[in-house]
Design a protein around this ligand. Sequence first.
Ligand SMILES: [Mg+2]
Length: 270
Amino acid sequence: MAVLVASDLDRTLIYSAGALALTVPDARAPRLLCVEVHESRPLSYLTETAAQLLTELGDAAVFVPTTTRTRKQYERINLPGPAPRYAICANGGHLLVDGVSDGDWHGRVLARLADECAPLDEVRAYLTAHADPVWLRKQRVAEDLFAYLVVERELLPEEWVKGLAVWAENRGWTVSLQGRKIYAVPKPLTKSAAMREVARRTGAELTLAAGDSLLDADLLLAADRGWRPGHGELADAGWAGPAVSALPERGVLAGERILREFLKAVRTEG
Ligand SMILES: [Mg+2]
């Protein structure tokens, strides 16, 4: 039967140098493949073994990269394996079909946002008024859909993020802290809604998912089976879901394990 695999990318399948979390001696470290170059510098990696597993997965299932990245940020990733027919960007705001955003889908997302949560401008105004230049490095808007801040984590007071989360919650927005980025994302803008749409279009009977952050929680709950790594926002919060396996691996080796689990499920249940 057709199996759909919707996986988060950053810190789930691909890792920046700072997120690799390698604990083995250097001489025994896995060989890494660079899959993203930004401004002429290497940025994201997976292990060579993970690259092989991802290629096998692309042949065995409908693999759907599912990311909060903007289309532009997604497009500079060069994943091994067959080019995915579908990709989910901007946390579900754009559904790429053969690399082109589906206009019907995007229109439906915009209509939901207009109906169900506070406008982006209100959130931007709050961020501009309340973020402290002591720890704020950049304030960005992504695809005119949501906002994020790049911060100095060591200087960022935990209380500030909690305050923002409460303020945002009352306006139908979610806050997620991932590495050096604080995301403010409308609640109706979800990876899970886009995954369901791809499942409908492909006729997939089994859905598998993986992710590490709060913005992946709805995706993990919506899938028939899910996996989360031993690092990240969900692991830190001790988050669990009925059909979600919490893996012990952390860093780039968790990415390899997740791909193994996907393949095992595709081969036994698919
Ligand atoms: Mg992630």
